[in-house]
Write a new protein. Sequence first.
Length: 290
Amino acid sequence: MQKLNLQSIERVQDISPKSFKENYLKPQKPVIIEKGITHWPAYQKWNLDYMVEQAGDKVIPLYDDRPVRHDEGFNEPHARMKLNEYVDLLKNEPTKYRIFLWNILKEAPDLQNDFNYPNFGVKFLKTLPMLFFGGKDSYTFMHYDIDLANIFHFHFHGEKEVILFDQKQNDYLYKIPHSLIVREDIDFSNPDFEKWPALAEARGFKASLKHGEMLYMPEGYWHYMRYVTPGFSMSLRSIPRKPKNLAKAIYNIFIMRNYDNFMRKWKGQDWIDYKNREAKKRTELKLNTI
């Protein structure tokens, strides 16, 4: 049975700032640090029940795996629910609903006392620590972040699987034009290579994250995440260091996003359907030139 060409992400127990900068930040190489936050209060305290204690009455935005629609805005939530109700749902039945980009400084500021910003030789965007929650077998579409940030992703409570690709793999991933995602009908946990043959040419990384482990994702890395068990993660981010990626981030935020939203309103579902056709057409054209 054919599988994606993925190598395991390198793992270290802990790491010095100098070693991280030289071996991973400068060469833009992903890594998992297994024991880097054992000194954080969050390492002992953060689980689903603790989150309910801290912010159970907060109404949070929820997302599922439905395809993008023309009448939905950029990152528009599919539902809303109080956090305590959502955690009950996670514990008692399978659900596709995920919490995506929940800013804990705004909603539950006391949680920031449970962690600090590591010394990794970068300047963190300290107003943007984000939490992500998911139920068993829920997943994110393969995507990369609009700001092409360096992402430091800390996982808590449970386990999830991760697949990463760098921007050099764009020609093989069926990237949607004017967007940050690939074709949403690709199952990256079990891809159909007859339908999506270019995926056989892609070279990426894989890992399984457990409680307290940190994944470093370099600038602009594509990422797909599937929750093996209910759990949550926190991402800290730093702006791109490479001028080319910073320019792309500015373009994405101020031009691409607004253009795409305008076209959705003007063309409706035809715009979404066109982009999906173009993703397949352009990728297969590239594949035929290999």
